[in-house]
Write a protein that binds this ligand. Sequence first.
Ligand code: FE2
Length: 430
Amino acid sequence: MSFDLLLRNANLPDGRTGIDIACEGGKILGVEPNIEGEAGQVIEADGRLVAPPFVDPHFHMDATLSLGHPRLNESGTLLEGIALWGELKPLLTHEAVAERALSYCDLAVSQGLLAIRSHVDICDDRLLAVEALLDVKNRVKDYLDLQLVAFPQDGYCRSPNAVANLGRALDMGVEVVGGIPHFERTMADGAASLKALCEIAAARGLMVDIHCDESDDPLSRHIETLAYETQRLGLQGRVAGSHLTSMHSMDNYYASTLIDLIAEADVQAIPNPLINITLQGRYDTYPKRRGMTRVPELRAAGVNIGFGHDCVMDPWYPLGSGDALEVAHMALHVAMMTSREAMRWCFDAVTVNPAKIMGLEGYGLEPGCNADFVVLQAADPIEAIRLKAPRLFVVRRGKVIAEGTPRVSALDLPGRPELVDPSAYAPRVG
Ligand code: FE2
């Protein structure tokens, strides 16, 4: 047999070792030990982890890399971030939005992040950011899947032209319906916005992704309404609740019944750990709440969960690196998911789980899937998260599109003869 690309001796996220992956015509042909044949390119994985690409199910590409324009967020709160974004919006140009987004896409791809769901604000009547990100989506399509959500940042009911603008954005090709019920004027308006937005999605056959209950308010109830509307309209499996941070603060009895409703409606959850841990709890003295939603409990109920990055250097978050392993690392800490089984699952929450949320076709490391994967300088998913492991090769449709250099430890000092691979310190346990 002859292949375009043959990857040898890989460890897979499910624990299989010594696996070869053969690729031809942009697809995976075989995933098994000792594949015989010639190949145009051979990559020796040498016992490294080979994973399907990282997937970010929640991002804001219209705001990314705008840190400091026109000023910094002094309070660090969600609400000042929204106000600051409102100051920046009139200053945006198509070129500037596209340039920042393309820079971020480069950063993402270099780290094996090959699919991103980005919200795009539709409350600017010019829909300038929508046009710019549709342009970017087209320009990056050969190496990154960019899925856009029509996001009424200033409120679907509250912002004067949001109803019309959201329809215009969907007509232009934005493919997911967004919302922000906790930013509407009243709880009733929030519920009304969810009803209307889910009806639009049902009528157009689209997915839904709502910024839902992103507050510390234990009485915020929009996720309950979202689950109800999902069932009423038959949208099971097509709806995601992003953030859900108020669930952290809810009464435990109510939360337990709510989690059952979410699971019953097959609403998927997208916590954003880096952002939730910094934006929530800002009005607390001590103890300060963590703010991230109830990840282990949602998982135990069977809810599909993907971790999002949400922000990188924008009005809401001054840091971020486009590294899904940094996201998983923070999530693991905030949710206290330190059992080995739970840590391995955190790797799934930045790969296969968000791929399901986005409805990505041909995703995975199985014969017939797209030949997309990442070779990491780590032996397994836990080590990859611990080390935020370097990406040695990023492969898309059977072609290497990015390469990284292995990291060496601080022992790499002048005069030291040995370079030490940090993954050499990894315990080889289950
Ligand atoms: Fe967001």
